[in-house]
Design a protein around this ligand. Structure first.
Ligand SMILES: C[S@@+](CC[C@H](N)C(=O)[O-])C[C@H]1O[C@@H](n2cnc3c(N)ncnc32)[C@H](O)[C@@H]1O
Length: 322
C-alpha cells in the first residue's frame, strides 16, 4: 500500500506547473478539448492517471484544483523516479541540472555530442545497476533523464530491445536543461500526490465512484513497421488495447467517470473502425491535434485524436456514468 499523503495542493498562482519532459503523445495540444471533461464540479473529488507520460493533463488539473486524492502511475521506472525525486528532493535535482547546463552550454558541437553520449551511457549503466545502487543514484538518474530529454533528438524517449535509452543527440544550441522555476512549481503541486511505478491495472485499487480517470495509453501501432509506441521495450498492440477496454468497462461499472484518448486510426485508413467497435458502448468524439511527434515521425500536420468517455463534456446531454 502507498503511504497516505495530504491532499494535492494547486501550484502557486504565479507559476503554473508544466510538463518537465517532452514525451511522445504529450497532450499539451489537446488540453482545451480535454479540460471540457473535468468533472470536479460534478461530484468527483479524486483524480487517477495511470499512463502519466509527461503529465500534461495531470499538471493542468493540479494547477486548477485542490482534490481529495491524486494517483499517477506509469510503467516507465525512470520516468516515475523523476516524478518522485521532484516531489521529494527537487532542490537536489535542480542543483544537478544546473551543473549539467553549465557544463553543456559552453561546449562546441562535437564536445556537446560527446558529453551527451557519455551521460547517456551513464544513464543506461545505472538502469542496469542493482536496486541499492539505483536507489542511491535516484536524483542523479532523474537529472540525467531530464538532461537527455532536453539534449536529445526531438525530445523523445525510446529504448532498444535491451531496455537501453538509445535516442541520438539533438542539435539545439541552448536547450533549457534547468528550468528551475518550473521544476519548483512541479514540486509544489506534486505534494500529496501518490506516484506509482506500475502497470495501468493497478489503478483499480484506488478508483471509486468519485474518481475521474484519464487514460492516455500508448498509441495503437498502425502496422509493424510504423510502430512508434516504444516508450518502453513492450508495444501496445490490438490485444493490449482490448485488455485495456476490459479495465475501462470495470471502471465504468464502478461508477467512475473516465476519459480515454488515442490516435484515430482513420487518419491513415478511413475504413478502420477498431476503436469505434471496441468502445461502442460509450461516447466517442474526434478532435484535431497538431502533434510534434507522431506515428509517421516526419509528418506534423493536424491529425485527429479520439476521445472516448462515459459522460458528455461540460455536463451536457447523455451521461453514461450516472
Ligand atoms: C501516450 S503516453 C502518455 C502521454 C501523456 N498523457 C502526456 O501528456 O505526456 C503513454 C504512457 O504510458 C506508459 N505505459 C505504457 N504501457 C503501460 C502500462 N502497461 N501500464 C502503465 N503505463 C504504461 C508509457 O510509459 C507512457 O509514458
Amino acid at each position: 500500500m502507498e503511504r497516505r499523503r495530504a491532499p494535492a495542493a494547486p501550484a502557486d498562482e504565479g507559476h503554473p506547473a508544466r510538463p518537465f519532459l517532452k514525451w511522445a503523445g504529450g497532450k499539451s495540444q489537446l488540453l482545451a478539448d480535454i479540460a471540457l471533461y473535468y468533472p470536479f464540479d460534478r461530484g468527483c473529488t479524486r483524480y487517477v492517471e495511470p499512463f502519466a507520460g509527461a503529465g500534461a493533463v495531470l499538471f493542468d488539473i493540479l494547477n486548477r484544483y485542490r482534490l481529495e486524492s491524486v494517483y499517477v502511475g506509469d510503467c516507465n521506472a525512470e520516468l516515475v523516479n523523476a516524478y518522485l525525486c521532484l516531489r521529494d528532493e527537487a532542490e537536489e535535482v535542480i542543483d544537478r541540472l544546473k551543473r549539467l547546463q553549465q557544463a553543456f552550454w559552453p561546449l562546441d558541437r562535437e564536445a556537446r555530442k560527446a558529453m551527451y553520449l557519455e551521460r547517456r551511457a551513464l544513464f543506461n549503466s545505472l538502469k542496469d545497476a542493482d536496486t541499492k545502487t539505483r536507489e542511491l543514484a535516484r536524483t542523479r538518474r532523474a537529472a540525467l533523464l531530464i538532461f537527455l530529454n532536453k539534449a536529445c533528438f526531438n525530445g523523445l524517449y525510446r529504448e532498444n530491445a535491451r531496455g537501453h535509452f538509445n535516442v541520438p543527440a539533438g542539435s539545439a544550441r541552448y536547450p533549457a536543461i534547468c528550468d528551475a522555476d518550473n521544476l519548483r512549481a512541479v514540486a509544489r503541486c506534486l505534494q500529496g500526490v501518490d506516484i506509482v511505478c506500475a502497470g495501468y491495472e493497478r489503478c483499480l485499487e484506488v478508483v471509486d465512484n468519485k474518481t475521474f480517470v484519464y487514460l492516455d495509453p500508448p498509441y495503437r501501432p498502425l502496422s509493424a513497421s510504423a510502430s512508434f509506441t516504444a516508450y518502453t521495450a513492450a508495444s501496445f498492440d490490438d490485444t493490449r488495447q482490448k485488455e485495456l477496454a476490459e479495465l475501462v468497462a470495470r471502471l465504468d461499472k464502478r461508477g467512475a467517470r473516465f476519459l480515454l484518448s488515442n490516435s484515430d486510426p482513420r487518419n491513415i485508413d478511413p475504413q478502420d473502425d477498431f476503436f469505434d467497435r471496441l468502445y461502442a458502448a460509450y461516447i466517442i468524439r474526434r478532435v484535431e491535434a497538431r502533434r510534434s511527434i507522431n506515428s509517421r515521425g516526419s509528418a506534423r500536420g493536424p491529425v485527429r485524436e479520439l476521445l472516448v468517455s462515459n459522460f458528455a463534456p461540460g455536463g451536457l446531454e447523455e451521461d453514461h456514468a450516472r
